[in-house]
Each structure stands twice: as structure tokens, then as C-alpha cells.
Design a protein around this ligand. Structure first.
Ligand SMILES: [Zn+2]
Length: 311
């Protein structure tokens, strides 16, 4: 079983062929060039998928698509996406499915990645998990009993925008003090910008990545920034544990590449806050599919939709 995988992002579209065990056999990418139009992008995707098929010497038997959201997973149509102007209501599912003569399905890219981790990554063999990605934003997906959790009309829950501090900074989502505005990478940098001493030697680069590196070298201010970050990461994760009591929480994204710095405080916060649920049974693990997660996850979208688990 070979699945054509398509990951539609704001700047690039990646395509590939993924086998039944989640191995990526061939891949290509093209700039999204969203303003140049949906049709042209689908032409390029079609051509690149054909090239991948030739390279891997297989023909695709299904198509799985992950797309920056919001998307409607049920109709397969793209919603109003800032990064994809003019693509509203377009259906990659229909266009690509027709061209290759196979079944196709699409999910929000965070859900696609979560499905990939659930079946082929750190969630393998686990019944319920929540994937949390912390980078420039916080997103994720919830997989319960092997199935993607969907809200009303297929809506994707936004775990990054639950409120942690009602008096916190305002977020573009409309809330104040939501998890993302407090704990995503830019939040760590923004906090450091305000609180770093005027004569702080590293003011030129207060990015989350640099602060983590400085903290490892023993820099006291950076260690304070890391502690603050760990506390907010822990609060959000503890909330997820209390609300869903998942078997596993899988962490990914650029900020969580430094997870070892944050995990002691995350575990401590979970222990402290989750007294009414068996929190000790929830394991916290790192995402394991690596940089190809979006494509591997996109392929799993097809399996999740059309192939019963275990079949
Ligand atoms: Zn928000």
C-alpha cells in the first residue's frame, strides 16, 4: 500500500510517497506561491507526485493531505486561511483525487502530524494521546481510542488557546493570557526583552533557542527565563492531563527540542495540579518522526480515514 502524501503550508508544499510502515520513499517540494492561485499549485503538486511515484517505482493507491488550517476535514475544503489568500473553498481532495483516480482525505496539519505520531511514532501502541507542538505557536491534536477527536462539524480544537492567565497579554485569538501567548517561542523572547537587565550581555539575541543555550551554560537570567517557560508549559500540559487523562502526551516543535530543560518543572506541575486524575499513568514522550512528520502524518490521514485500525 503506497500513499501519496501532500503537506500544504503557507510557504511551501511538500509531497511524497509513504509506505504501509510509515516510511517516506521519495519526496519533493515546491513554493506554495498562494497568490499565484490554487490551480497552478495543484498542477505542480500533481507533477511532483508523479515524479515521486517514478522515483519510488510505485503507483499511489490513495492520497492523504495535511493543510495549514482551518480546513473542513469532512468536505475536504480549505477554510479562510491567512497564508492561503484566495483559496477559500478550494478542494485539494477533489482535484488531486480525480487526477490520480484514488480516494483522498485532508486534515488540519496539526491533526495530520498527531495521527502520524499516534500510529507510527511515539504513540505507537497507545490508546489515547495528545500531541503538543511548541514553536512559533502552540498547536496539537487529540487522538482517543485511535481516532482523531473532532469537535462540532469537524472543528479542530485549539489547545494552544486555552486561557492560563486571564490578566495575561492579549492574543490574536481574542483571549488574554492563553497558553500560546504565554509559552510559545516568541513569548519566551518577548518576556526576556522586557525583563533582561539593561546591560545584559546577550540582548542582541533573546530568542528561545539562544536563551536555552545560555541557560545550559549557567547564565542566571536565561535560567530564570527557562524556569518561567517551564512553568507555563507545565500549566498547559497539566490542564490537558486533568481534562483528558491521556495515556501519553507527545511533545514536539522547535522550543521542545530543549525539553530536557523544561521537563523537571513540567512533571512537578503535573504532580501538583492533577490530584483528581491518575496523572502518574500519563507518560510524557518526545515526538519521534522528526522533520518528515508533516508528510508521514499526511499519509496517515488516508489510513485513518479509509482503513480501519489494525487492518
Ligand atoms: Zn490565543
Amino acid at each position: 500500500m503506497f500513499i501519496g502524501a501532500v503537506d500544504i503550508g503557507g510557504t511551501k508544499i511538500a509531497v511524497g510517497i509513504v509506505d504501509e510502515d510509515g516510511r517516506l520513499l521519495a519526496q519533493r517540494q515546491t513554493p506554495t506561491a498562494a497568490v499565484a492561485g490554487f490551480d497552478g499549485a495543484m498542477d505542480r503538486v500533481t507533477e511532483l507526485l508523479r515524479q515521486c511515484g517514478e522515483e519510488a517505482n510505485v503507483s499511489v493507491q490513495g492520497l492523504g493531505i495535511g493543510c495549514t488550517g482551518p480546513v473542513d476535514p469532512i468536505t475536504g475544503r480549505i477554510g479562510v486561511v491567512d497564508f492561503l489568500p484566495g483559496w477559500e473553498d478550494a478542494s485539494p481532495v477533489q482535484v488531486l483525487g480525480d487526477r490520480f483516480g484514488v480516494s483522498a482525505a485532508m486534515e488540519n496539519d496539526a491533526d495530520a502530524a498527531s495521527l502520524g505520531e499516534a500510529r507510527w511514532g511515539s504513540g505507537k501502541g497507545v490508546d489515547s494521546l495528545i500531541c503538543v507542538t511548541v514553536g512559533t505557536g502552540i498547536g496539537g491534536g487529540i487522538v482517543l481510542q485511535g481516532r482523531l477527536f473532532r469537535g462540532v462539524d469537524g472543528a479542530h480544537p485549539e489547545i494552544g488557546h486555552h486561557v492560563i492567565e486571564p490578566e495575561g497579554p492579549p492574543c490574536f485569538c481574542g483571549a488574554r493570557g492563553c497558553w500560546e501567548i504565554l509559552a510559545a517561542g516568541p513569548a519566551m523572547a518577548a518576556w526576556a526583552e522586557i525583563h533582561a537587565p539593561k546591560d545584559y550581555a546577550h540582548r542582541h539575541d533573546l530568542s528561545a533557542r539562544h536563551l536555552c543555550a545560555l541557560a545550559r551554560q549557567g547564565d542566571a537570567f536565561a535560567q530564570t527565563a527557562v524556569q518561567r517557560e517551564a512553568r507555563y508549559l507545565g500549566l498547559g500540559i497539566a490542564n490537558l492531563v486533568t481534562l483528558f487523562t491521556p495515556e501519553r502526551i507527545v511533545l514536539g516543535g522547535s522550543v521542545l527540542q530543549s525539553a530536557d530543560l523544561f521537563l523537571p518543572t513540567i512533571h512537578e506541575t503535573v504532580r501538583h495540579n492533577c490530584g483528581l486524575v491518575p496523572f502518574e499513568k500519563t507518560t510524557i514522550a518526545m515526538a519521534s518522526l522528526g522533520p518528515d512528520t508533516p508528510l508521514i502524518g499526511a499519509a496517515q490521514v488516508w489510513h485513518h480515514r479509509f482503513k480501519p485500525q489494525g487492518a
